[in-house]
Design a protein around this ligand. Structure first.
Ligand SMILES: Cc1cc2nc3c(=O)[nH]c(=O)nc-3n(C[C@H](O)[C@H](O)[C@H](O)COP(=O)(O)OP(=O)(O)OC[C@H]3O[C@@H](n4cnc5c(N)ncnc54)[C@H](O)[C@@H]3O)c2cc1C
Length: 133
């Protein structure tokens, strides 16, 4: 459902630009009517699947030999299937390339604010109007 142009845009912050955060951004963008921002503590998107040669404290990363443990058919993004030429059980670099192609096709990288670690999340009281209701 598209929101009316007249209603105020609801601000949504997505925490983390990994696979889940980016899929959330793509869905929210498609739904429309939101002011989006994604806070990502690292300098690149992709989270766990962004391979880093150097291990860093409190940053999960796959290894040079990592192969995803489910097939392309089982784990595919429903609106963005992986290319036929990729291995059925994708190597991490294939998955990362596929992820990169996905986020570019959805034009969502513009919402990601890199090197921005969220330190605290607090509840605030908002009015019905501010909540877009
Ligand atoms: C070695 C390894 C192998 C794996 N293999 C598989 C597999 O084969 N199949 C499978 O389905 N899953 C696998 N996983 C699970 C993996 O966690 C998921 O596939 C997927 O990456 C989870 O995505 P996510 O976006 O939830 O989390 P992540 O990929 O962890 O992304 C979270 C993002 O949030 C950012 N972030 C974290 N804290 C903050 C903060 N305070 N402020 C701002 N940004 C923040 C991080 O930098 C990161 O970019 C594996 C995980 C690991 C570690």
């Amino acid at each position: 459902m598209k929101r009316s142009m007249a209603s105020p845009k609801k601000k949504i912050a997505v925490l983390g630009g990994g696979f889940c955060g980016c899929c959330a951004l793509a869905q929210l963008k498609e739904e429309g009517g939101f002011e989006l921002v994604c806070f990502e503590k690292m300098d690149k998107p992709g989270g766990t699947w962004c391979y880093r040669e150097e291990s860093m404290e409190a940053v999960a990363s796959i290894m040079p030999t990592t192969v995803i443990n489910h097939s392309k058919e089982l784990g595919a993004l429903s609106d963005f299937p992986p290319p036929k030429e990729y291995n059925n059980y994708m190597r991490h670099h294939e998955l990362y390339q596929h992820f990169t192609d996905y986020v570019k096709s959805k034009d969502i990288l513009k919402y990601i604010q890199y090197n921005s670690e969220v330190m605290e999340v607090r509840r605030v009281k908002i009015t019905k109007k501010q909540a877009g209701g």
